[in-house]
Design a protein around this ligand. Structure first.
Ligand code: ATP
Length: 411
């Protein structure tokens, strides 16, 4: 096992296009880091540079303290697990796991047997050693692929969208399985996905990439609670954060539906900036009629016309039509493009308690937990209300919310 240090990594293709542009990430020994971002952001290219399948234009790739830029893939001691697991269908589970050892040619038959049996015990594959991959479940196949990586004592696991071919249910199961195994084995892992649920649930830390640039590297909680800019705020979270035009006066924020009070320290950071974009997550709204009156009285409420509701059992979403004024449309249109066309400005999406009886087509009193509001600069997209740096230096630093002072908290 080993730490992976990426220092100012650049990948420029022949046409001058920088698929990866000055990315630095330190993956600690035993850490699980996710590379996430929309299609074409450069995440697979970065992974391929770690493995050695892609040349590095500039920067240093350091694995276990050794610079590996010019070291061939097979000598880097890394185990790549692909989408299709690349198992040999005609070989048994035993032989699939033994394969890299036989290839290395320096292990005796008894050494091979011991390593395969240790790996299969760890992965709970003992009962299946004589079966062929075709007779295994998706989860078992995934474990065989990981077994092949374990027997080699690889320095790190690298995953490239391993679950993207699976249906939603199996994907959920596999996610848990990968997470459990990684923790048990404590193997340094870098995992590429475009799925933000995988990113949020699997990683110790997540690197969000856009157009070859790393936008933020942080724990899932930090990304969710303190996104550094509009892109990260819009990319992480489902349904996505709501974006609204806003102006700040004192500690009051003027929104299209009314004025709300925010913590003074947040307001101070947005002072004198003119038109801003406010970001409020769906769960920071609530139907005031299901809340205790004291909490409602301390916070801000407004009347909202509910267009459509979706009841999900434990919660429900209500859609409230809304149109951003032209002043902020340009920035939001660009963001929509970055987020692959996801519409973010035609309606407010709010997540309400399942006890709420929201009638479609009628008005309700909607509470907003303004303390949780973010304010973004419309020209740069920067989040003015977070203090955290773009990059956390410590792999296992605690992730705390810095945004709960001041106004009352709904839930
Ligand atoms: P996806 O999720 O779609 O696989 P990705 O984030 O993994 O996307 P990469 O495959 O790393 O993206 O590609 C990053 C960018 O580099 C893309 O814009 C791609 O078109 C470009 N690219 C990849 N290979 C080449 C090449 N040989 N020459 C020029 N550009 C390339």
């Amino acid at each position: 096992m080993a730490a992976i240090e990426m220092k100012n990594i650049v990948k420029q293709y022949g046409d001058g296009f920088a698929a990866v542009n000055d990315v630095s990430i330190d993956v600690a020994d035993g850490e699980f880091v996710i590379l996430v971002g929309p299609s074409g952001c450069g995440k697979s290219t970065l992974l391929r540079m770690i493995v050695g399948l892609e040349d590095i234009t500039s920067g240093d790739m350091i694995i276990g303290g050794e610079r590996v830029n010019d070291i061939a893939p097979r000598d880097r001691d890394l185990a790549m697990v692909f989408q299709n697991y690349a198992l040999y269908p005609h070989l048994t589970v035993y032989e699939n796991i033994a394969f890299p050892l036989r290839l290395a040619k320096n292990f005796s038959e008894s050494e091979i047997d011991e390593k395969v049996r240790t790996a299969s015990a760890t992965l709970e594959l003992d009962e299946h050693l004589d079966r062929k991959p075709g007779n295994l479940s998706g989860g078992q196949r995934q474990r065989v692929a990981m077994g092949r990586a374990i027997v080699r004592d690889a320095k790190a696991f690298l995953f490239d969208e391993p679950l993207s071919n699976l249906d939603a249910k199996l994907r959920g199961q596999m996610r848990t399985e990968i997470s459990r195994l990684q923790r048990r084995l404590g193997i340094t892992t870098v995992y590429v996905t475009h799925d933000q649920t995988e990113a949020m649930t699997l990683g110790d830390r997540v690197a969000v990439l856009r157009r070859g640039v790393m936008e933020q590297l942080a724990t899932p909680r930090e990304l969710y609670e303190n996104p550094v800019n509009l892109f990260v705020a819009g990319f992480i979270g489902s349904p996505p954060m709501n974006f609204l035009p806003a102006t700040v006066e004192g500690d009051m924020v003027e929104l299209p539906f009314g004025r709300v009070k925010i913590p003074a320290e947040k307001a101070a950071r947005a002072k004198g900036r003119g038109l801003l974009i406010a970001g409020i997550r769906p769960e920071h709204f609530e139907d005031a009629s299901v809340m205790d009156r004291a909490t409602v009285a301390e916070g801000s409420t407004f009347r909202a016309h509910v267009d459509v509701t979706e009841w999900l059992g434990d919660q429900q979403y209500a859609y409230i039509p809304f149109e951003a004024p032209p002043e902020v449309q340009a920035q939001l249109t660009q963001l929509e493009r970055d987020l692959d066309g996801e519409s973010i400005r035609t309606q407010l999406v709010v997540s309400l308690d399942s006890a709420s009886r929201v009638p479609e087509g009628e008005e309700i009193e909607l509470y907003v937990n303004a303390a949780k509001m973010h304010l973004f600069d419309p020209s740069t997209g920067d989040n003015l209300t977070v203090t955290s740096p773009r990059e956390e230096t410590s792999a296992h630093s605690s992730s705390t919310s810095s945004s709960s002072s001041g106004a009352s908290v709904a839930r």
